[in-house]
Design a protein around this ligand. Structure first.
Ligand SMILES: [Fe+2]
Length: 178
């Protein structure tokens, strides 16, 4: 039995506020994609979906000059993965998530992008790899994926459907934490 469901996260005001800034539609798609990729690997689909849903919770400012996304400024100043990792961790722990899971999700969020890191190769764990892949698969040119919209109820229906699929998985599939 999972202590925290995707529905608990999706309906949480913190998620609606902060994930809302970078696009709930994108977050739900990444959760679904991460679940699908994880299902065919040894990665825990519950952690993959949660990290997918929360991966952009750290976006706190749009680096725009005229309302348009400024990718150069973003590249230069962005730390959303650092901020998101801490924010997601706090939220998960407050919601009652298993502490090992909360750490694994926080680390997957921290490393889902290299936008704030010096150049170099990162050795990602399988879970971190899944979240990165799911995010990249959902990206659109010029950050358009951040502007896709979805209404609250449609999003909730998709999140509930994902929860149901996770709950049907054998318990052993939900044990992996990296
Ligand atoms: Fe993203």
């Amino acid at each position: 039995m999972r202590k925290v469901t995707l529905e608990m996260l999706y309906t949480h005001p913190i998620v609606q506020k902060y994930v809302g800034r970078s696009g709930i539609a994108h977050a739900i798609s990444v959760a679904e994609r991460a679940f699908e990729i994880a299902r065919h690997t040894s990665v825990n689909p519950d952690l993959a979906a949660k990290a997918g849903l929360l991966h952009d919770i750290g976006h706190y400012k749009w680096y725009s000059t005229n309302g348009e996304w400024d990718f150069d400024k973003y590249k230069q100043y962005d730390i959303h993965a650092i901020k998101g990792s801490a924010r997601a961790h706090k939220l998960l722990v407050r919601c009652g998530e298993d502490l090992e899971n909360a750490k694994a999700i926080a680390l997957a969020i921290l490393l889902h992008t290299d936008s704030y890191l010096p150049k170099g190769e990162l050795e990602l764990s399988p879970l971190q790899q899944v979240v990165t892949e799911a995010d990249e698969a959902d990206e659109e040119p010029n950050g358009a994926h951040h502007y896709r919209t979805i209404n609250y109820q449609t999003g909730l229906d998709r999140i509930r459907a994902l929860d149901e699929r996770i709950d049907k998985l054998p318990l052993k599939d939900l044990e992996q934490t990296s």
